[in-house]
Design a protein. Structure first.
Length: 90
């Protein structure tokens, strides 16, 4: 898979999470899987990967909840879309 396709796949998965279409633990694990498979060495996604790996919608001791995950996903999604717009203009 090319970097562009991997980025698009990650953007789509984050959009599903951010829109509220799917904020399940399983979908969070899919996002982590995309990052591990395609961006493991990319430190831009380290915090997101760690957060989603310890995410449960209801939260809990030593776990991140839906609100915390949503904020981080929104932030990463915005950065990805901004970078993608810039690279599309090239």
């Amino acid at each position: 898979m090319t970097y562009q396709n991997s980025t698009n796949q990650l953007i789509q998965a984050l959009e599903i999470f951010v829109s509220g279409q799917d904020r399940s633990y399983e979908h969070a694990n899919r996002i982590v899987g995309i990052i591990v498979e395609n961006f493991y060495e990319d430190e831009r996604f380290g915090d997101l990967m760690e957060l989603l790996a310890t995410y449960r919608p209801e939260g809990g001791e030593y776990l991140f909840n839906e609100e915390q995950a949503l904020k981080k996903c929104e932030s990463v999604l915005l950065k990805l879309k901004t970078k993608k717009k810039g690279s599309d203009a090239d």
